[in-house]
Design a protein around this ligand. Sequence first.
Ligand SMILES: [Zn+2]
Length: 223
Amino acid sequence: MTIIRLGRAIVAALLLPVGAHAQPEIALVERQSLCVAEPGTPVAASHRLHLTLVNIEGSGWTRERALDALRETAAILGQCGVAVRDAQWLSLSAPPRYLDFSTPVARDLARSYPVKRPAIYLVRDTLSRPAFDAEAIGRGNSRSRPELADTVWITAAARDAGIVLAHELAHVLMDNGEHSDEPGNLMRDQTAAGSTALSAKQCARMRGTGSDNGLMQSLQQER
Ligand SMILES: [Zn+2]
């Protein structure tokens, strides 16, 4: 009798769909709209940029820190007439292997949980060597990893996160990896607290290529 029952239990277990009791590997735990521009702030903008922020739970990032960085980024991009008024915050629970950036893991994450671009991924650390605090993946450097096009990956260790984010986002929007030697320029090879300027040429490229690639919208009315 016992044996028969056990046999039935095994059959029942075998009939269950595979993974019926397994938790999804990657799950959304929080979604929120972030107000980046202070209410009432007049913004002379010709273009609007809407960003998705993707936090991996356990990365060390908080929504507050991300919002602080984003506000600084918005102020920097504002000099090009690009407004970042709001952003989508998504926090995902994922197995620990997703906490640190590496191209295979990032591809897996981007494929498993697709989000609107441009997207900023907030990760704990990087397994890339040399280890950069942040990486930008535009169209030009994503041919072998198309899932990662139009994304920025920034580690919790990044200093001057708002400037780093603006620098990497500028690479994505301009779709190039060019750096500037100009003192005080945001696109200097090494990001620094005082280096936030963008030239008229850089701004034009950002708006032009960013719009052409569908990463920002022009606010200019047709007359
Ligand atoms: Zn760079």
